[in-house]
Design a protein around this ligand. Structure first.
Ligand code: EPZ
Length: 418
């Protein structure tokens, strides 16, 4: 079984470059289905979720060309297929973006119910509500979601809860619908804005992304163009947390500091020195850390996708810290792995109580999901002795060259392929 082996402890020092945003590109690639022409997409991260989506696009008849460096050229003009089968969809959550994109382009979509990280119940009722509001009929049969519409017509959509996926899917379905769609109570994450900017650069008319209300004026056609994906907020936050947890000093480069404020503010509260530059952030965590409390919330609140990584920072802080998970029902599975390494963590429902100041000891552990896997890497860097992380496919889904990046910061870390 492939694994990551870390010999700790280590103090991270140096500079690291952040890749393009996973949660933006996993929506932008399906969104390319709506475009008649070549989409040249720059700053694409080399992660397995991107490979999976490219395989889906190719299987459906798209041309996908990896141009120089991190640029992909995607041309979906010749696609006629409207179905994403189970063997592709089960591998990752974002396969549900093909529903909005195919419905928007063909008035027809059949996509297997999606897989992805196990974080508790992950319903898609709000995606379905949005499609139905635009005039689609939606049925779930034999594990597939079927959407059909003679014609999509713009309408008002009020989401019952703030959902990243439903917000993006509603935009995708509305881009070519007749007339104006007004989507209220939407998510405001940086990747929502990025998907809207991508679509606008291809000829869509979307306003308000990044606020509570998004207005989509339907257009007849989207033509090709060039677009560069934003830096990954969560990858950047992961390296900031890793610097903090190891008492290190790291310059995190190619970031948008504004997107990092929710994370920077919490680290500063804990005693980490943060210095912002135009497109980089210096994290200096050489001083002792103080305890803190976190409640995860939709952007601009503290991101749930940084919750496991921040738990490792709390393990270094003096005193008792608390995390209240406000987005997912079940996102503390990874704490069992940290406890195997000597951490003192008690979980009660959606609250984890973390005792700081215990020295972790290396142990064999699992990456339960993508961000839990990142937390295991950080814990391995903090721990005395050898940590072996299994089930690392989760990590590969969303972190580009994570082993090389940590090694360049001084970590004794290696990837073992079996
Ligand atoms: C996205 O998931 C991200 N995934 C997740 O990141 C992230 O944790 C999450 O947003 C929250 O920020 C991608 O972008 C591919 P939601 P998504 O719809 O869109 C409930 C990572 O580690 N809900 O915003 O699936 C839902 O149960 C991954 O990169 C409904 O009830 O999340 C949850 O409690 C993990 N009905 C809350 O809303 C719906 O129809 C937010 O979910 C939709 C959602």
């Amino acid at each position: 079984m492939d694994r990551i082996i870390i010999n700790g402890p280590c103090r991270l020092e140096g500079e690291v470059d952040i890749s393009g945003a996973k949660n933006a590109i996993v929506a932008i690639l399906p969104a390319a289905m709506l475009v008649d022409g070549v989409c040249r997409i720059e700053n694409v991260p080399q992660i397995s979720d991107v490979e999976n989506i490219c395989n889906i696009l190719i299987a459906m008849g798209a041309k996908v060309n990896r141009a120089e460096g991190k640029t992909l050229e995607v041309d979906c003009s010749a696609v006629r297929c409207t179905e994403v089968p189970y063997e592709y969809a089960r591998k990752f959550r974002a396969s549900y973006y093909f529903l909005g994109a195919l419905l928007g382009r063909f008035g027809n979509a059949k996509v297997a119910l999606p897989g992805g990280c196990h974080l508790g119940a992950r319903p898609i009722d709000q995606h379905i509500k949005a499609f139905e509001q635009l005039g689609a009929q939606v049925d779930i049969l034999h594990g597939n979601v079927h959407c059909t519409a003679e014609k999509l017509e713009g309408d008002d959509i009020y989401l019952d809860m703030v959902s990243v996926g439903a917000t993006i899917n509603a935009m995708l379905a509305a881009v070519k619908a007749d007339g104006l769609t007004v989507i209220e109570n939407v998510a405001k994450e940086p990747h929502i804005v990025d998907v809207a900017n991508f679509l606008n650069s291809m000829g869509a008319n979307i306003r308000g992304a990044g606020t509570d209300v998004i207005k989509v004026q339907g257009v007849d056609r989207l033509l090709g163009g060039s677009y560069a994906v934003i830096p990954d907020q969560i990858e950047a936050g992961t390296f900031m947390a890793a610097a903090a947890a190891t008492g290190g000093r790291v310059l995190v480069k190619n970031v948008i500091p504004k997107h990092m404020e929710c994370i920077s503010a919490k680290l500063e509260e804990m005693g980490v020195l943060i210095e912002e530059f135009d497109d980089s952030i210096l994290v200096d965590a050489t001083a002792p850390l103080k305890k803190a409390n976190i409640k995860t919330m939709p952007y601009p609140g503290f991101p749930t996708d940084m919750q496991p990584q921040m738990a490792t920072v709390m393990l270094r802080a003096e005193g008792t810290s608390k995390i209240n998970e406000g987005v997912w029902d079940s996102r503390f599975k990874y704490t069992e792995e940290l406890i195997r390494m000597g951490a003192e963590i008690a979980v009660a429902g959606k609250v984890a109580t973390i005792e700081g100041g215990r020295q972790l000891l290396g142990a064999p552990v699992r990456a339960c999901d993508l961000r839990a896997g990142a937390a295991m890497v950080i814990a391995g860097l903090m721990a005395q002795g050898t940590t072996t992380i299994e089930d690392i496919d989760h990590i590969r889904r969303g972190y580009e060259r994570i082993v090389e990046k940590f090694a360049s910061l001084g970590a004794d870390i290696r990837l073992v392929l079996d």
